[in-house]
Design a binder for this molecule. Structure first.
Ligand SMILES: [Mg+2]
Length: 227
């Protein structure tokens, strides 16, 4: 039976079309040019290389350039969230109906996560934020990150679902027995993506976790006009 819901943050709780994650990426590029001194035309390639080898640009910077992680995290997340995100009452209502303990599991940092949750108006639903600091920079898709979260929750993998927009982040969760849900605005086969379900936005979550038979849907009040 599902008891816990683990949620990625960026491009999962809000849609990629918001442009926020792209804007964060642009700030990462700026950081690499302005603060680290990389040539602008080599930044994207370097980020890709660090992403492959270390999981995040930050871990590449920590390993090879010894940057101050707090300085980096503050710089890349220094954006006016209100320009990108709107309160999401439908998400708030859906989360209220899901009878599981909910936590954020993100490679970003908690101050950013809390600002996003606040802007979306859904912070009240989440009992914990497992962020890059809490994970001691051992981040997704490193299997130890997932085990850390399970241990902290006192949960077994099959008691959890995990929703993320990155297929590679879902594979370690699957190996631990979690119910895996991929967010993909483009059509993707769940079988090919090696996940249990694919949804095109977070509001589709309720249907797939209840249809899985592992979660009893909350009883909804009668629709207005029918009572
Ligand atoms: Mg994401």
């Amino acid at each position: 039976m599902l008891r816990f819901g683990l949620f990625d943050l960026d491009d999962t709780l809000y849609a990629a079309q918001s442009g926020l994650w792209t804007a964060i990426g642009d700030r990462i590029d700026r950081y690499l040019v302005e603060k680290v001194g990389l040539p602008a035309d080599g930044v994207r390639e370097q980020r890709r290389a660090w992403f492959e080898e270390y999981g995040t640009t930050l871990n590449g910077l920590r390993a090879e350039r010894h940057v101050d992680s707090a300085d980096y995290l503050a710089f890349v997340h220094d954006l006016p969230l209100d320009d990108y995100l709107q309160p999401n009452p439908a998400l708030d209502a859906m989360l209220a109906r899901l009878p599981v303990e909910k936590v954020i599991f993100t490679n970003a940092d908690a101050p950013h996560a809390l600002r996003v949750l606040d802007r979306l108006g859904v912070g009240r639903h989440f009992q914990a934020v497992f962020d890059i600091q809490a994970l001691a920079f051992v981040n997704k898709p490193e299997p130890r990150a997932y085990q850390f979260v399970l241990d902290h929750l006192g949960a077994a993998g099959p008691e959890c679902f995990f929703v993320d927009d990155a297929p590679r982040n879902l594979q370690p969760a699957r190996m631990l027995g979690m119910h895996t849900i991929l967010i993909s605005p483009a059509p993707v086969s769940a079988r090919l993506a090696r996940v249990d379900a694919v949804i095109d936005n977070i509001l589709g979550l309720e249907a797939v976790v209840t249809q899985s038979g592992k979660l009893t849907p909350a009883v909804l009040p009668p629709a207005a006009g029918l009572s």
